[in-house]
Design a protein around this ligand. Structure first.
Ligand SMILES: [Zn+2]
Ligand SMILES: [Zn+2]
Length: 434
């Protein structure tokens, strides 16, 4: 069995991994690269798939871990080249359906957690993980020679706002599998401790909304639906209505409400138009643009360019995010601009109003201990994150010669008795126009 990452190792983004056995292939994720300061090529980047170009008939399917752009953003391009079925959890399928534009020429399959699916020589199962978008999954792939656990992006959250905690019994039950390989998310491998649970924000957000004299505006990520659920619950309790501003968030929320991932039993969510009859202290606006993106809802509001929403004196504005590396300057400008217009801004340096979606060192160690793999490959991260994670695995008892610190295009070959590095394959970034 061969494991060949084509994206996401040695960089953050454009995740893609090839799993190959007996001339058959499964691909995990097909993401896009985030723009960066080093890489200023226009358009967006996807993993170079030259390696697969003469192996079209070998590809059985693409398995998608979750609905973030760095995991699904490259699918339209990938499926144009390779007409293969796509497997994902139900909410992730909704995001993919939307992305592909409703053209039904693709085979999209909805999986159930823990159910076994057989394709050729592979058997695979999706299992739930906690992350910053609902319905996120890790994937177990089994072949005759070895089994692979791919965590996707994850953290442990023992009190998640949406969904269940990670099933630790299930993870530890995998440890008996033959030649078990763990590929685990390294994004926060430098960060000590555990990542906080989503639920630690409840008390803080409630105090902020309760004490606000006027409107409350909360900016966050459009796919961070657990945060939206928290805001709905707290607002409902405090007799405020919630208005969602920003197209992508309205769309995502509708997917999640329809599929029952987000609940609004008291019809707390109303339209912007309906809110015009309410007093300021009866309104919470939740918006996109928590990174200060120029044309996002909060980006427009903070620079007085939004058609319907203006900051007014008495507004409390919560920035429920932390800046993604590269966005710090824009993020800071946004906060300054809102203060200037008379809003009172609450953000991460002032109060705990955001928690991350990736596991910190203790979470990562917990994953390694539970799965107890024979082989370990740190994935999803820049080189320094992968190195930190590899060291952590060694300290957690994985044999040093069984840890593969690799980057895109490397091959790890697993045989009955041992695993070793194989040949390098073409890899890199293909740039597409928007
Ligand atoms: Zn993610
Ligand atoms: Zn990711």
């Amino acid at each position: 069995m061969k494991i060949i990452p084509l994206g996401g190792l040695g960089e953050i983004g454009k995740n893609m991994m090839v799993v190959e056995y007996n001339d058959q292939i499964l691909v995990i994720d097909a993401g896009i690269a985030f723009p960066s300061e080093i890489n200023t090529t226009p358009g967006f980047g996807v993993a170079d798939t030259k390696y697969l170009s003469d192996k079209k008939d070998m590809i059985q399917a693409v398995l998608i871990t979750h609905g973030h752009e760095d995991h699904i953003g490259g699918l339209p391009y990938f499926l144009n080249q390779f007409q293969v079925p796509v497997y994902s959890t139900p909410l992730t399928k909704n995001f993919i359906d939307f992305k592909l534009g409703g053209k039904n020429r693709h085979n999209l399959f909805r999986v159930n957690f823990y159910e076994s699916y057989k394709l050729g020589e592979f058997e695979f199962q999706f299992f739930p993980v906690c992350h910053s978008i609902p319905d996120s999954a890790g994937i177990l792939i089994k072949t005759e020679v070895a089994s692979l656990v791919h965590t996707g992006d994850f953290k442990f959250d023992d009190k998640p706002t949406i969904g269940d905690p990670i099933n630790t019994k299930y993870l530890s039950s995998l440890s008996s599998k033959k030649n078990l390989i763990l590929c685990s998310d390294s994004t926060y491998a430098e960060k000590p401790g555990y990542t906080d649970s989503e639920s630690v924000l409840n008390a803080n957000l409630e105090v902020i909304i309760k004490n606000a004299q006027g409107r409350v505006l909360i900016a966050t990520f459009s796919s961070l639906l657990s945060r939206v659920q928290q805001v709905i619950n707290i607002s409902s309790k405090l007799n405020r209505k919630v208005v969602v501003v920003g197209r992508s968030m309205i769309r995502n929320l509708n997917f999640a409400l329809d599929a029952g991932y987000v609940l609004d039993p008291k019809s707390t969510v109303i339209s912007l138009k309906e809110s015009t009859n309410l007093n300021d202290d009866e309104i919470v606006l939740i918006t996109t643009g928590a990174q200060g993106e120029v044309n996002s809802a909060m980006g427009l509001i903070s620079t007085m360019r939004h058609n319907d929403v203006q900051i007014q004196r008495g507004d409390t504005v919560v920035i429920s995010s932390s800046p993604i590396p590269g966005n710090e300057v824009r993020y800071s400008h946004m906060i300054n601009n809102i203060f200037r217009q008379g809003g009172d801004v609450v953000y991460q340096n002032i109060s705990l109003v955001h928690v991350h979606g990736h596991g910190s060192r203790n979470d990562l160690q917990r994953m390694i201990n539970l799965v107890n793999p024979k082989y370990f490959i740190p994935i999803h991260g820049e080189t320094r994150h992968l190195v930190a994670h590899a060291k952590l695995a060694e300290n957690s008892g994985v044999a040093a010669q069984n840890i593969f610190l690799i980057e895109d295009g490397c091959t790890v070959e697993i045989k009955e008795e041992k695993a070793s590095l194989g040949t390098k394959v073409p890899s890199g970034t293909t740039y597409l126009k928007d």
